[in-house]
Design a protein around this ligand. Structure first.
Ligand code: SF4
Ligand code: ZN
Length: 364
């Protein structure tokens, strides 16, 4: 694990200061959640290295991320949905999986080829998901084609990945890298690991890939426009990050997602005081266009698009740009963006030319 780690403690400054603020904000939460119910489950379709397939997405409620308990990332409100007490038993996690399977039986035409499991933390962290549960989940989904599990890079190891790969399941680890720039990850996102740790996790996946007759790889999740970056800085950071991720062996997909304003976060406080605006959907389109040449699948799924708290343009064109982004996700063809235009593009261009750290947000 890189330094500073969740255990490292730097009194009163830098990461310690971020963490202290985040702990205070998170302490405001009052809701509690049932450990036998998943946080969310839904059916969708996804672009994978094998083409577009039906997917079942599960957000397991595991008691939350270890890093979040230390304070955590400036934009992450998921921990506010975690259960009281901080850990969930094997039995309760199994019940959550059963709820998800029922949901699939009820709402899908058949079993999804792709299973995606997020935990608002790290599925491969055995404090969140015990080895016994991990192995049993691998068995439950052994007849599917591909599984995605979310994890911070520290917990990625070939042995854990073998639980899935041994069943012949193509396995992707979704890593919340956020950006390839260490300084932005530390100072804007308040995440503790380095790009080098991400590269190590990709190397572990590559070893598991060699050892088993199954595709094992990494899907990098990037965050567009964390707090404290202007619109042009955020877009430039994403273009550079996508290029760097795509160049790492073992990383076959990059999911570049605009930051949205979640409750009980530092971003929420900044937003409330007028100091933060989520990115423009034009910025998302711009980054996807500029990186269409890289050797990886690049997708984006702007959550809450068109709303004040999500990536948005002027209100008139948001749905059309979102549709173009969804089209791009499935086809990887940048010409989809030529078919959308709006008068607000001129405002966005002005923001891209003029917004700096000292005057942001220039336009709300
Ligand atoms: S973004 Fe991930 S690492 Fe950061 S606090 Fe949230 S769950 Fe934890
Ligand atoms: Zn518009």
């Amino acid at each position: 694990m890189s330094k500073p780690s969740p255990d490292a403690y730097e009194q009163g400054r830098g990461m310690d200061a971020h963490n202290a603020v985040m702990r205070d904000i998170r302490a405001e939460r009052t809701e509690t959640y049932d450990p036998t119910q998943p946080t969310r489950v839904w059916i969708d379709e996804d672009n994978t290295p094998d083409g577009v397939v039906n997917s079942l997405t599960i957000i397991l409620n595991t008691g939350g991320c270890r890093w979040a308990r230390a304070g955590g990332c400036t934009m992450c409100g998921y921990v506010a949905e975690s259960v009281e007490g901080g850990s969930v038993s094997h039995e309760a996690l199994r019940q959550q999986i059963e709820v998800c399977l029922d949901h699939e039986r009820e709402h899908a035409d058949g079993p999804a080829e792709l299973i995606k499991i997020y935990t608002s933390g790290s599925f491969l962290d055995e404090r969140e998901v015990p080895a016994e549960t991990r192995k049993s989940i691998a068995e439950t989904f052994a007849d599917r084609d591909r599984i995605v599990v979310e994890s911070l890079p520290d917990f990625v190891d070939r042995g854990k990945l073998a639980d899935f790969a041994a069943h012949g399941l193509a396995t992707d680890v979704a890593v919340g890298l956020e950006t390839a720039t260490d300084r932005v990850r530390r100072d804007c996102v308040n995440k503790y690991f380095d790009f080098a740790d991400f590269e190590d996790a990709c190397a572990e996946a590559a070893v598991a890939d060699d050892e088993h007759d199954a595709d094992v790889g990494v899907k990098a999740y990037l965050l567009m426009k964390p707090p404290f970056l202007s619109e042009p800085e955020a877009a430039a950071d994403m273009i550079d990050s996508i290029e760097r991720c795509a160049a790492v062996d073992g990383c076959h997909t990059v999911s570049m997602n605009p930051c949205n304003v979640q409750r009980y976060t530092m971003v929420d406080e900044l937003f409330f005081e007028g100091g933060y605006r989520p990115p423009w959907l034009w910025s998302v389109a711009h980054v996807l266009e500029e990186t269409a040449h890289v050797d990886a699948i690049v997708v984006s799924d702007p959550v809450g698009h068109g709303s004040e708290r999500g990536a948005h343009n002027c209100g008139e064109c948001d749905d059309r740009v979102q549709t173009a982004i969804k089209d791009f996700d499935l086809r990887q063809d940048p010409s989809v963006f030529e078919q959308v235009s709006c008068a607000c593009e001129a405002t966005w261009e002005f923001v891209m030319a003029e917004e700096t750290s000292y005057n942001m947000p220039l336009v709300r």
